[in-house]
Design a protein around this ligand. Structure first.
Ligand SMILES: NC(=O)c1ccc[n+]([C@@H]2O[C@H](COP(=O)([O-])OP(=O)(O)OC[C@H]3O[C@@H](n4cnc5c(N)ncnc54)[C@H](O)[C@@H]3O)[C@@H](O)[C@H]2O)c1
Length: 350
């Protein structure tokens, strides 16, 4: 299939990818594939000029909840999605020792902003049809001071780092052309449970992955899946003392919904993916889809413009933070083509 993969430390991904495309290879790159706008435009230009695929290996878009929820969103279960949240909240204290020559710690020492945004933003961009009918226009980012990151660095490396750059917690708000909002967070140093958030708020429903998976949907959408029908189909008067009156659908309804809306990709691959593993199976699905699309001459699930949109947060969040949390314009990496495709869809051979 004439492909290659680029995996290593963040600073080398884009260089390896460019070299591969220049030598006639399609390329799949670990996350984040590019760390600044220069690298991003370089990958776009090279991919367009060489007509080679340039895909970022963002595995989190293939996790089971995300796939099922994307299918629900595409079937209109949540109405119009207005707001989405994603994150990379992962306490790396048990992992820092494992990184080759402390490359990740050093990167965080030297850079402010959300340096690892793609796990959080990838799945929500697919649900919001970014560059398939909408585009990100502007972002504002804020971070806390660096406390645990700096302390860990100093203890681990035995050297002072008064100028440690990466804030312990970084949050970014984005507004889209179609009036939607996105919030993305990054925190790899505080004692918090693992959390990628993945939350969608729509005009007719809601989905949430962490810490507890749940859905809230319009009763009419649940229909026969409801195990406990409301009395004669009437809406009960809301007890205003009951602050949890509006809650997610019961577990058995959730299970029934997830079965009914299971994504076709998941239906095909779930069993093998769970057996083979790789972050619970999502890595297997990602690799399978990459090879499947290449073999069948189909558009890949993630194109170079997805790569650009998801990776650009690394530099743009730093620019916002370093300029008093100023609004920063998100470039249209498609050069005006963001509205040509009507909605995000996976391609299939049949
Ligand atoms: N998608 C995911 O879920 C996921 C999970 C873990 C890591 N990652 C990504 O994978 C990449 C590697 O992370 P890791 O945890 O394996 O780090 P690591 O420190 O364990 O491995 C980094 C590797 O890069 C190699 N390397 C260093 N300089 C290089 C160069 N100039 N050219 C080629 N290789 C070079 C090192 O020899 C080392 O083997 C990172 O980009 C990381 O963000 C993604």
């Amino acid at each position: 299939m004439g492909g290659t993969t680029a995996m290593g430390i963040w600073k080398v991904h884009a260089k390896i990818a460019r070299y591969a495309m220049e030598h006639g290879k399609h390329v799949a790159i670990e996350v984040p594939a590019a760390m600044n706008l220069t690298e991003i435009w370089d990958l776009i230009n090279t991919s367009e000029r060489t007509r080679r695929h340039c895909m970022q290996l963002e595995n989190c878009v293939y996790d089971f909840f995300e796939l099922t929820t994307l299918n629900m969103a595409q079937q209109g279960l949540f109405g119009e999605i207005l707001h989405a949240e994603g994150a990379y909240i992962h306490n790396l204290e048990d992992f820092w020792d494992e990184y080759w020559h402390d490359w990740r710690l050093l990167y965080n020492r030297d850079h402010r902003g959300d340096v690892y945004p793609t796990h959080g933003i990838g799945p929500v961009c697919q649900a919001l049809d970014i560059h398939r009918g909408d585009k990100m226009n502007v972002l504002v980012s804020m971070d806390t001071k660096a406390v645990n990151g700096r302390e860990y660095y100093e203890k681990h490396r035995g050297e002072a780092a008064p100028d440690f750059q990466n804030g312990d917690h970084t949050m970014t708000m984005i507004r889209t052309e179609k009036g939607k909002t996105i919030m993305i967070q990054h925190d790899v140093v505080n004692p918090r449970p693992y959390n990628r958030l993945y939350q969608l708020t729509g005009t007719k429903g809601f989905a949430n992955k962490y810490p507890v998976e749940g859905y809230m949907v319009d009763a009419s959408k649940v229909g026969e899946l409801m195990t406990v029908p409301s009395a004669q189909g009437r809406r009960e008067k809301v007890d205003i003392e009951n602050l949890s009156a509006h809650s997610c659908v019961p577990e058995d309804v959730k299970q029934a919904l997830m079965e009914k809306y299971k994504h076709p990709i998941q239906k095909d691959l779930e069993q093998t993916a769970k057996k083979v593993g790789g972050h619970g199976g999502m890595d297997y699905i990602m690799d399978y889809r990459l090879i499947y699309c290449l073999r069948n001459g189909l558009p890949l699930d993630m194109d170079v413009y997805d790569l650009a949109e998801w990776c650009c947060l690394t530099e743009l969040t730093a620019i916002s933070i370093e300029n008093g949390n100023a609004p920063v314009e998100v470039p249209d990496f498609t050069r005006g083509g963001w509205n040509r495709i009507d909605g995000y869809r996976h391609a299939f051979a049949e």
